[in-house]
Design a protein around this ligand. Structure first.
Ligand SMILES: NC(=O)c1ccc[n+]([C@@H]2O[C@H](COP(=O)([O-])OP(=O)(O)OC[C@H]3O[C@@H](n4cnc5c(N)ncnc54)[C@H](O)[C@@H]3O)[C@@H](O)[C@H]2O)c1
Length: 274
């Protein structure tokens, strides 16, 4: 679709009705949605009428989330994927298009996170460093690459990359993770430049420390450290996965079509000065 046609289409869409502010019937793929933040996003998007793809390394967990969505009256397809494999990612996107005919929203949420053990950076084994980069950085590159063509052809698309508040403050003993999440900000900015003319926006969300159902195996995240982080927030309470739903959903709508290349914190004001 050429630039003028894309603009006309977007303008026409926006003048249509209030559905521009929702995700009803949107096809939304959330990677790493078998648990944690991804699971909550999948459940809430489905509750808002989106058609979900619940993709995860762990198919049993993805299946359980899809079943939960189905039981609640929503629609979801569960898929097994290792985002660090370009071939597997391309298969995931092909299966999505086969099932739903299109893909409107990609949320790059999968990462090695809760399973990572913190250690001084000079003690991180090479294989562990590479594995974090393969999943957290290459995985986002592969997923975005696989959806770019179908989104450009339709003249609509939303890509949301999940980064982390740790990239600005830095975190001790977590260099591979923080480096990988920093890469997503540059990736977001550059992808946004390439995809903007095609009606596709690319944005990044930086959550603070989120209390998910899976306790992070991060020894330094003691109750005292968690409380200190809460004290640094403007809103002094624990950040929970559902806090990320509103921003993710807004960035998925036609209404957010002029917002791109942005990194937006959702952390209760923990990093508001950055
Ligand atoms: N929980 C937090 O405090 C927090 C804070 C900031 C950012 N984040 C980011 O939010 C996202 C979700 O975090 P979470 O706490 O829910 O994480 P989590 O570790 O609980 O869940 C991650 C999910 O990704 C899946 N996954 C891992 N490797 C994969 C791969 N190679 N291919 C496909 N799926 C894979 C896992 O199976 C799991 O279901 C991550 O990107 C994380 O870095 C989390």
């Amino acid at each position: 679709m050429n630039f003028a046609a894309t603009q006309t289409k977007q303008n026409a869409d926006l003048s249509a009705d209030a559905r521009n502010f929702g995700v009803q019937d949107r096809v939304v793929l959330v990677t790493g949605s078998g648990q944690g933040i991804g699971r909550e996003l999948a459940r809430q998007f489905a509750a808002a009428g989106a058609k979900l793809v619940v993709a995860d390394l762990n198919l049993d967990k993805a299946g359980a989330v899809a079943d939960e969505i189905g039981t609640a009256g929503g629609e979801a397809l569960s898929l097994s994927v290792d985002v660090s494999s370009r071939e597997a990612v391309e298969k995931m996107v092909a299966s999505t298009i086969e099932r739903y005919g299109r893909i409107d929203v990609l949320i790059n949420n999968a990462s090695i996170f809760s399973a990572l053990i913190k250690r001084p950076f000079d003690e991180i084994p090479t294989e562990e460093w590479q594995s974090v980069m393969n999943i957290n950085v290459n995985g986002v590159f592969y997923c975005a690459s696989a959806v770019a063509k179908p989104m450009k052809e339709r003249g609509f698309g939303r890509i949301i990359n999940i980064s982390s508040a740790s990239v600005h403050r830095g975190t001790k003993n977590y260099l591979h993770y923080v480096t990988s999440k920093s890469a997503l900000i540059g990736m977001t900015n550059s992808m946004a430049r390439e995809l903007g003319p095609h009606g596709v926006t690319v944005n990044c969300i930086r959550p603070g420390t989120v209390a998910t159902e899976v306790p992070a195996r991060v020894a330094s995240l003691t109750p005292e450290v968690l409380q200190r982080n809460i004290d640094l927030q403007c809103i002094p309470r624990t950040l929970v996965p559902s806090d990320l739903v509103g921003l993710s959903m807004f960035l998925s709508t036609p209404a957010s079509g002029f917002i791109t290349g942005q990194t937006i914190a959702c952390d209760g004001g923990y990093t508001h000065s950055f």
